[in-house]
Write a protein that binds this ligand. Structure first.
Ligand code: G3I
Length: 292
């Protein structure tokens, strides 16, 4: 009952080894870069959806669902946005970006990463600095989620981040407090994405506790960008089992198909090798999912 997805790069869809594996193995797609602000609105009010449309078209032709990634993020953000200093202007720009992109894809997206990576890595448990944080203040995340809900009420709205898998980490606790606050005040949020970029050992021992603790707040949880340095079968099996053990863990996405497609290709972190051959981690995942 859970989906198993992958990140897709539009430029690789014409590679038949790539697309054959994609359509055989995966039923959820996240565009790796094509829905990010630097691609979709490179200059103010000028939108380019062609690269992402190619991926959405592929998904609809092959019965795959889509995760939208991502609407508000400090990275891959054009300089014209970064240079805004007036709150009214930036709020209008952010809301227009959300409504225009979400409207274009209305009805085609299962879940949106509305806000990505807004928390700091400094052990403070607080938001990181960004133009959104610095100009709009803490409320920018809530504003983005409310705007998103008004635009496409049928899409699930997720907060997505990395290094929030270990339950005791300050960053994890900061995100947990935000989700708890949103749920208590009726701010619309449906899901939390745990990127799950792991080292050789795979997920921390507390990962299942983290997933179930968030789920208990009343949100779905998902592994949204899973990759594991050197891709040990045990590490992959543990990550998948942690999700299976939590009812509201609705799916897993790996961040690419072959090792050569990965943003960390030097660490061979994926389920298929450079030739598109299944690695031992593939078998470990399949077995954990109950296949053979
Ligand atoms: O498209 C340009 C190309 O025109 C240019 O010639 C080339 C030269 O460097 O760069 C190309 O853009 C690159 C882009 O990927 C598309 O390939 C960027 O430099 C490169 O920085 C970018 O990397 C992406 C990275 O996000 C950027 O932050 C990765 O592909 C992508 O896998 C990665 O994904 C992120 C998630 O969105 C959020 N979580 C972390 C994850 C890993 O960093």
């Amino acid at each position: 009952g859970r989906y198993f997805g992958t990140a897709v790069a539009s430029g690789r869809l014409g590679d038949s080894t790539y697309s054959t594996i994609l359509d055989r193995e995966f039923n959820m797609i996240t565009p790796e870069n094509e829905m990010k602000w630097d691609t979709t609105e490179p200059s103010r009010g000028s939108f380019n959806f062609a690269p992402a449309d190619a991926i959405v078209g592929h998904a609809s032709a092959h019965g795959q669902r889509m995760r939208g990634h991502t609407l508000v993020w400090h990275s891959q953000l054009p300089d014209w946005v970064k240079s805004l200093t007036d709150a009214t202007t930036l709020r209008g720009v952010m809301d227009n970006h959300i409504t225009t992109e979400m409207s274009h894809y209305k009805g085609t997206i299962y879940a949106w990463d509305v806000v990505n990576e807004a928390f700091a890595d400094d052990g403070s448990g607080r938001h990181r600095g960004s133009v959104f944080q610095n100009v709009l203040g803490d409320g920018f995340i809530e504003e983005a989620f409310r705007t998103a809900r008004n635009t496409d009420p049928s899409a699930k709205l997720c907060y997505n981040d990395y290094n929030i898998e270990n339950w005791s980490d300050a960053k994890t606790q900061g995100v947990y407090r935000m989700v708890k606050d949103f749920k208590s005040r009726g701010v619309p949020i449906d899901c939390v994405g745990f990127q799950s970029h792991f080292g050789t050992g795979g997920p921390p021992a507390s990962f299942q506790t983290t997933l179930s603790s968030f789920a208990a707040l009343g949100v779905d949880v998902q592994l949204t960008e899973l990759d594991i340095a050197q891709a040990s079968g045990n590490a992959y099996a543990t990550a998948v089992q942690d999700c299976l053990n939590v009812t509201r863990c609705t799916g897993i996405t790996v961040w690419g198909i072959r090792d050569s497609d990965s943003w960390r290709s030097g660490e061979n972190p994926l389920l298929f090798d450079r030739n598109g051959t299944k690695k031992p981690a593939y078998g470990a995942v399949l077995t954990t999912l109950g296949g053979s």
